[in-house]
Design a protein around this ligand. Structure first.
Ligand SMILES: O=C(O)C1=C[C@@H](OP(=O)(O)O)[C@@H](O)[C@H](O)C1
Ligand SMILES: C=C(OP(=O)(O)O)C(=O)O
Length: 408
């Protein structure tokens, strides 16, 4: 089962390639709304991103954006909205960032605070701590700073990526962190582009000096793969995803371990992962702080377990494309399932779902997760199937073909 490229890795690779000295080729980046927003953003800033073939070629500009006055529209992509201001801040000019209503609602305040602490002029033109924002950039000196990434790791990733572009480097003391595996992706990719960040307790020391261009193949997206692994687990079928194995960078591959604890047969090979449904799915209590993009995947198959499924420590799913704890609870109730939620947890009782329309709230993960549920429940419909375009525009075609093949 071929899964499209990782959104997170594509976004980071675009940033690193744009900032690097030389020309970078990205092997099979993800083609989706989020990554196109990122690439379009770079183009608006005056970077050369050639997207004529399945591999993209980026001409790096270590000196910063070619434009000295530009507007960047980030659509729904938090990666673009949170990483690109750091890239331009190290350059020179006036750069305005705006985004969709959905992304305008999501927080960027810790990033603004971090950039301002380094002397960068960041202005919120409507609501403090939210897009739209303007960066009036004149390079960054660098130095010591504190960063609170307890609402999103993306704030830390943004500052790590920008660190080598500062004159003196950055020493970032992290005061809170969620989604920690995403920071590991950032650090591993920075190494591939020639920058070694040193860990010193809670402080990350980022040296100055910039990035080196390279050739970078993009891993398949582990969060996207979760829908197909979950599908196998609830149907007794088998799914193998090549390109995601023991050496994978993405923490979200850890979702298969949750399925394994629930009774699915899981094999993580050197360069592929297989999940086989066994007909058994036990209830579970699990902490998903590290892999919370897969919380809706688990919530959507939880009714088929033989006991309650309790997912803990996922507060920050409330500030994603929608309030995902609330959206999962609401949709499970529409399906006739008993659910309880707290500030940072959800508990789902076993049951036999009834037909219903799913309210996607324009959230690709709600749409894809409850599509998995529909393998076992006739007449589940989505109010906005097209919202999957954020990370996987072809999802319904691919999922439909699999459903046909499995005869579900
Ligand atoms: O850095 C990244 O690429 C991402 C980090 C995670 O966000 P949070 O750190 O906000 O949880 C994840 O949910 C998002 O889909 C992608
Ligand atoms: C939270 C997500 O996206 P973003 O990169 O916009 O935060 C997601 O893809 O589930």
């Amino acid at each position: 089962m071929a899964i499209p490229g990782s959104k997170s890795i594509t976004a980071r690779a675009l940033f690193l390639a744009a900032a690097a000295d030389g020309t970078t080729v990205l092997g099979r980046p993800l083609l989706s709304d989020d990554t196109e927003a990122f690439a379009d953003g770079l183009t608006a800033l005056g970077y050369r991103v050639s997207r004529d073939t399945a591999d993209w070629t980026i001409t790096g500009r270590p000196e910063g954006p070619a434009a000295d006055d530009a507007d960047v529209y980030c659509r729904d992509a938090a990666t673009a909205a949170r990483f690109l201001p750091g890239l331009v801040a190290a350059g020179h000019g006036t750069f305005r960032f705006d985004a969709s209503e959905q992304m305008r609602r999501r927080p960027v305040a810790p990033l603004t605070a971090a950039l301002r602490a380094l002397g960068v002029d960041v202005r919120h033109t409507e609501r403090e701590g939210h897009l739209p924002l303007t960066v009036v950039a004149d390079g960054i000196k660098g130095g010591d700073m504190e960063l609170d990434a307890s609402l999103s790791s993306q704030f830390l990733t943004a500052m790590l990526l920008a660190g080598p572009l500062t004159r003196e480097g950055l020493n970032i003391t992290v005061t809170g962190l969620v989604s920690a595996p995403y920071v590991e992706i950032t650090l591993a990719m920075m190494r591939r582009f020639g920058v070694h960040v040193v860990r010193d307790g809670n402080t990350l020391r980022v040296p100055p000096g910039g990035y080196r261009a390279t050739t970078y193949p993009i891993e398949p997206d582990a969060s996207t793969a979760s829908y197909f692994f979950a599908a196998a687990a609830i149907t007794g079928q088998e799914v193998t995803v090549p390109g995601l194995g023991a050496g994978a960078l993405q923490g979200d591959l850890g979702f298969v371990e949750v399925l394994g604890r629930m009774g699915a047969e899981v094999t993580i090979g050197a360069d592929a992962t297989t999940v086989r449904g066994t007909g058994r799915l036990t209830g579970i209590t699990t902490n998903m702080r590290d892999i919370s993009d897969t919380m809706p995947t688990l919530a959507a198959i939880a009714p088929f377990a033989d006991g309650p499924v309790r997912i803990e420590d996922v507060y920050n799913t409330r500030v994603k494309e929608c309030d995902r704890l609330d959206a999962c609870a609401d949709n499970l109730r529409r399906l006739g399932i008993l659910v309880e939620t707290g500030e940072d947890w959800i508990e789902i009782q076993p049951g036999v779902p009834v037909p219903a329309e799913i309210g996607t709230r324009r959230d690709h993960r709600i749409a894809m997760s409850f599509s998995v549920t529909s393998l076992r429940v006739p007449h589940i419909t989505l109010d906005d199937p097209a919202c999957v375009k954020k990370t996987f525009p072809e999802f319904h075609d691919v999922f439909g073909a699999l459903r046909g093949e499995w005869d579900f």
